[in-house]
Design a binder for this molecule. Structure first.
Ligand code: SOE
Length: 368
């Protein structure tokens, strides 16, 4: 383990830039054993906007071309649109620079395969930004499943519901463009669900998928001409897990009144679990032949990451998932350890997204 701070390059300074920069600033106070970092360079195409963001987030300098950033840093955060995940991440890994790339890993399976190959050939750590694995209640759920508290898993139901496109006048963004994003609600939201499903239940063998696009054109902010929406607004899928469990998945940007409703329910022969991201400190657990579900508040000292934060019951929020994720990622980067979810996990999820699309195109079940 090196004593020098790890120098950080970050591409992108929107929502995810804020989330990761906030996490990096929190680490020294709450995770004092995490490797120290220095915020070296922020990458953005618009120099003025990047400089303003660099000042706000605490970066020393800016670069308008990612190629000028990756040679000089130890760790590279790729937080750009999905099509920008590919070449910069591969180039960084070829230089043995550690990479944390946001999800979904890429716009296509072919690109995700190239990224996973680059990760396999590199000495660096390659992380995919599935931050919901780092919710303490999700890790508690995993422990329960591994300890056999649910017995044999029969059902897994995942839903990710948002409503920011219910308004037909909401502006067009890159998230609605197939070339930049790959897919819509499927890749943006469903990717999180598929990752949690793999984490908690196991591999998926086959899917039957259905996608819809409800509004075909939208106008970009500040422009007058509409652009086509070339991705799905919503999807639903049935899934067959390798362990025999049945899965259902649904994600949408049109669930009126739902802001970030990521829920799952897992039913087994001996017990069951329910989780709702909008109540992320809690896990509802049904054990044995009890009459209903017990609500477990997952904030004790001996709960996952509990000792790092406040006394029991002083709840955590969405931003803490990024602190946990970054402590694990940087620990692996500095210490040469293993990290999950890595690019192989990102590729596995990409194959599921692709299978849903192929299944919908063909109107039949497809093997993943
Ligand atoms: C937007 O739909 C979004 O910010 C996703 O991109 C994130 O991955 C998810 O965590 C919250 O919603």
């Amino acid at each position: 383990m090196t004593d020098e701070p790890l120098s950080v390059g970050m591409l992108g300074y929107g929502f995810m830039g804020d989330a990761h920069a906030n996490a990096l600033r929190s680490l020294p106070q709450f995770f004092p054993d995490a490797p120290a970092v220095s915020l070296d360079v922020l990458v953005g195409r618009d120099e003025t906007a990047a400089r303003e963001a660099a000042d706000r987030l605490g970066f020393d300098r800016v670069a308008t071309d990612w190629r000028d950033a990756i040679d000089d840093v130890d760790v590279f955060y790729n937080l750009g649109p999905n099509d920008v995940h590919v070449e910069p991440s591969i180039a960084a890994l070829e230089e043995d620079v550690h990479v944390l790339c946001e999800k979904p890993l890429a716009p296509t399976v072919e690109a995700a395969e190239r990224m996973a190959d680059a990760a396999a050939a590199s000495d660096a750590v390659a992380a995919t930004g599935f931050n919901y694995r780092f919710v303490p209640a999700v890790q508690y759920a995993k422990q329960l499943i591994e300890d056999g508290a649910l017995g044999e898993i029969r059902h897994a139901r995942f839903r990710y519901l948002q409503d920011w496109l219910v308004d037909a006048d909401a502006p067009w963004t890159w998230r609605m463009d197939a070339e930049s994003a790959g897919s819509g609600a499927l890749g943006d939201l469903g990717a999180h669900s598929f990752d949690l499903a793999r984490f908690l239940v196991g591999d998926v063998d086959a899917v039957s998928g259905h996608r819809e696009t409800f509004v075909e054109e939208r106008v970009p902010e500040g422009e007058s001409e509409p652009r086509s929406v070339t991705v799905d607004d919503a999807f639903a899928a049935h899934a067959e897990f390798a362990n025999g469990a049945m899965g259902t998945f649904e994600a949408t940007r049109y669930a009126t009144g739902r802001k970030n409703g990521h829920t799952f329910e897992i039913d087994g022969s001996e017990g069951a679990l329910r989780f709702d991201l909008e109540r992320l400190n809690e896990l509802e657990v049904r054990r044995g032949d009890g009459r209903g579900f017990e609500t477990v508040l997952v904030t004790d000292d001996d709960d996952p990451y509990g000792e790092h934060w406040w006394p029991a019951g002083h709840v955590l929020g969405w931003e803490h998932t990024f602190v946990h994720e970054n402590s694990e990622f940087l620990g692996a980067a500095a210490g040469g350890g293993e990290y999950a979810p890595d690019f192989a996990d990102g590729l596995a999820v990409q194959r599921l997204l692709d299978a849903v699309e192929r299944s919908d195109d063909r109107r039949e079940w497809v093997t993943v």
